[in-house]
Design a binder for this molecule. Structure first.
Ligand SMILES: Cc1ncc(COP(=O)(O)O)c(C=O)c1O
Length: 467
């Protein structure tokens, strides 16, 4: 069987659209009108895992809510991490409309004050003396721009990134990614020189170290083997231009204390740059403006996207520290919408809303409360193996039993669809991690409502499916 005709791997950063449980949910839930919309979608769009065919059809998105075409409303605890400020924020919609009247586009060779103001704003809020900026339309492109900067600055071409990561769908970004779904089959051959290393993942430590009963790593024992391995690889692959990673992994996995300091030191020792992909986590998701601030480590290059356009328009950004304006006469990111004043206005207004409405603080407060509550699940619910997160990036890992830690994918999928029936949408990651990423506007009451729904669905699923 050739790689292209082989069945695709199902376990990935998102739930899959190919399971019988999904078909059953659709048969029980969707009406004829919705089915007709999904059929039209399937007829015209190329089929692909985690995307088409779709689950359901959407008619409205407002605040933390989405509404399907049959009028059912769901709290959106997924939102592709674009909806930090809630869907359709009135101030953002007005700012975009005003900008369309004032200046709808800037053709190449023309500066415009809005794009410049956005670049200046980003350099003002970014950690670590970022002075130069470049915009793209999507995150994948921005990641590739970051790599080109690193290649030019170091005169090297290789990259080092994490297995299991996702950095985008483009050929260059997919090469950095570490999931078979995006790397194998039709994606191959990938960009040469993309080297990988096992990521930090304390609950399922790739080096075999166990966590304690509170889910915390024993650093005395493991001595941050995961960070040491980055150093080891950099000492063997001596021509690595950059280490690229999400500072808090979207699975989610939170770095063990000291991880990023050790990796940053290793990068400096071996002459590689550090690129942080904050496309999902940037702008407050983790309860700090940037996830890397929790670890007090600034990268050489920072990449933002997703929520930067306020959940309405696509825009991503690459921020480089002093000394990395190395492009000269080369073209790093020659994109049509590089200095689009409308997407720039959306981003400027989004940042203003995040700051003026105290959304980072709200993410920290509501997230901490939720995590405290989730920690009680580990003692109360036997199939909850681990709970972890930062701010509003939260994960609940379901297992068949806490000692064996065997992933309970079937239960996770059961909970996903049962929660939809109770008005809550989220995604599963790696098959068995319920991943919650609500907007930063979520209230304590909404968060508790969601947790009550999930707990009820886990208990119901556990009764029905067993271990
Ligand atoms: C961590 C990470 N990096 C990069 C990307 C790619 O962004 P985009 O889909 O805008 O190309 C994603 C998208 O999900 C992501 O989660």
């Amino acid at each position: 069987m050739s790689a292209r005709s082989a069945p695709s791997p199902t376990q990935s950063e998102s739930d899959t659209n190919q399971t019988s449980r999904r078909s059953r949910w659709q048969a029980e839930t969707l009406n004829d009108a919705t089915r007709a919309i999904l059929d039209a979608d399937s007829r015209v769009f190329l089929k692909q895992s985690v995307s088409t065919p779709c689950l359901n059809a959407i008619a409205k998105a407002e605040g933390i809510w989405i509404e399907d075409t049959a009028g059912r409303r769901y709290m959106d605890f997924h939102g592709n991490n674009v909806h930090h400020i809630g869907y359709g924020h009135p101030r953002l919609k007005k700012a975009i409309a005003d900008q369309m009247d004032a200046l709808p586009f800037a053709p190449r060779r023309y500066a415009n004050t809005v794009s410049t103001a956005l670049a200046e704003k980003l350099t003002a809020i970014a950690p670590g003396g970022m002075r130069k900026v470049l915009f793209t339309t999507g995150g994948s492109d921005a990641i590739e721009v970051a790599v080109r900067i690193a290649r030019t600055a170091t005169g090297r071409h290789k990259t080092l990134s994490f297995w299991d990561a996702f950095h985008g769908a483009g050929t260059g970004a997919a090469a950095l990614s570490g999931e078979a779904l995006f790397r194998s089959g039709p994606a191959a051959p990938l960009v040469a020189g993309a080297t990988h290393v096992a990521p930090f993942a304390c609950y399922r430590c790739p080096y075999g170290y166990a966590v304690d009963t509170n889910g915390k790593p024993n650093l005395e024992l493991c001595k941050l083997q995961c960070a040491r391995m980055v150093d080891y690889v950099l000492s063997r692959e001596t021509d690595v231009a950059a280490v690229i990673a999400e500072p808090a992994r979207a699975v989610p996995y939170i770095p063990p204390p000291g991880y990023w300091r050790m990796v940053k030191d290793a990068c400096e020792r071996h002459g590689a740059l550090l690129i942080f992909d904050e496309i999902p986590t940037g702008l407050g998701k983790t309860g700090r403006m940037f996830a890397c601030e929790h670890d007090d480590v600034a990268p050489d290059i920072l990449v933002l996207g997703k929520a930067l356009g306020g959940g309405i328009l696509p825009i991503a950004a690459v921020l480089a520290r002093d000394g990395l304006d190395v492009g000269g006469n080369w073209a790093f990111g020659h994109y049509t919408h590089e200095k689009n004043p409308v997407t720039a206005r959306a981003a400027l207004t989004t940042i203003d809303i995040i700051e003026s409405e105290g959304l980072v603080e709200n993410a920290a407060k509501v997230g901490a409360m939720a995590l405290d509550h989730l920690h009680t699940w580990r003692t109360r619910i036997p199939c909850v193996g681990d709970v972890r997160g930062r701010g509003l990036l939260l994960g609940i890992e379901l297992v068949r039993d806490q000692t064996g830690q065997e992933p309970h994918n079937d239960l996770a999928e059961y909970v996903l669809y049962a929660a939809l029936n109770r008005g809550l949408s989220f995604k599963t990651t790696m098959g068995n991690v319920l991943t919650l990423t609500p907007p930063l506007t979520v209230t304590e009451a909404e968060m508790f409502e969601a947790l009550i729904i999930i707990e009820g669905c886990i208990r119901q699923g556990h009764r029905e499916l067993g271990t």
